[in-house]
Design a protein around this ligand. Sequence first.
Ligand SMILES: *Cc1c(COP(=O)(O)O)cnc(C)c1O
Length: 455
Amino acid sequence: MDELRHLLRRAADHAADYRLSLPDRPVGVPVDQTALTEAFAVPLPDAPTPPEQVLAELVAAAEPGLVATAGPRYFGFVVGGASPAATAADMLAVGWDQLAFNAVTSPAAVAAETAAGTWLKDLLGIPATASVGFVTGAQAANTAGLAAARHQVLADAGWDVERRGLIGAPTVRVYAGAERHATIDRSLRLLGLGTDALHAVPTGPQGAVDPDALAAALRDAGPGPTIVCLQAGNVNTGACDDLRRACDLVHRYGGWAHVDGAFGLWAAASPATRHLVDGLENADSWACDGHKWLNLPYDSAFAFCARPDAHAAAMSLAAAYLVGSGGVPAGADLTAESSRRARGFAVWAALRELGRDGVAALVERCCALARRFADGLAEAGFEVVNDVVLNQVLVGFGDDARTDRVVAAAQADGTCWVGGTTWRGRRLMRISVSNATTTEADVDRSVAAIARLAR
Ligand SMILES: *Cc1c(COP(=O)(O)O)cnc(C)c1O
């Protein structure tokens, strides 16, 4: 047993050494993928290898290919870090090897999910009666939310989709903003609704759904099973749909309002940004990531549903009336997985570490740093294209080719990592500030590097 203790300590030491190196490490510089693959692609051994040696070989093979996404100057996609307590808790979850299937396989895992779910709803302003599924990402959360939606709008039309499927079912109409996230389309494919069911609603200047266009689309379509996918946090601009008005409209037509709030829903956790998601409590389901802005380790996200019965009817292992054997859906009844890892420990630990004020401060700090980024690059003479209302910044450096060159040069430089995107037909640099450890000095250093490379 001492060997196991030694092995786990070494693994923890490796992780700690790596994490402590992040502030000084080059960020995301290009690597030789072939050499990396070759380092792993040793012939499959016939005989067992001592675990100590396996760990040493793994560290040696992986180190050159690790990307400092958890570090303070990674601004790509909407990647968050991993807070200390959450990281430690996740290491415990693996060490405990708990099966978060239900309260029989792990009473502790279910209790942690229950408590963390209550805290999350409180922080985000989601009704306390909503169900919460702990899933892998906003992709899975969108799928769970839209599965519940599919259940309910078809049940309202007298059709039991869980039993009868979609063949011969009433047509379900789905509306989503023209700038929805690609995961919405995949969820619709997985759910058998298909992307042809999707009607794109025009968006306003910042990428939020135009409520008048949504009103017109719903009015013209008339009655019938209707699902509307709204968005809190456009991946390019950070813009949020007018959730209050949109939910009112959807409900006036008897539809289901789902909110993809992968990162933008966190605007609700600070009084400074809460107005951006005003009315979110009126939606029927919500998808939110933990591994982005809450700085949880991968993979962690939440599927909330205002109708726990619809949530369980769509997702539970057994028929809705058998759920939870005590009437309380839990764990595997609210997600697409059966055996699942115990994600609730890390969520609980992160929220316990930060507290309500800490979560608000995290959101506010990232927004302030995004503005600092935008101001710094604007002062250096570059074009900030979006209203920086949240943690996203879009920057143009002249024509598309020049912008692409600046993005590529920044990625090769290694001071920071920023992504490229196409928005409204233009190539742009996309900057997302989502890491709890990013400082003003990190932003200033990154602005200086980007400005130098652009010149
Ligand atoms: C990131 C993101 C998703 C997908 O989230 P995953 O965690 O990668 O599954 C969906 N919607 C929006 C708005 C996002 O930003």
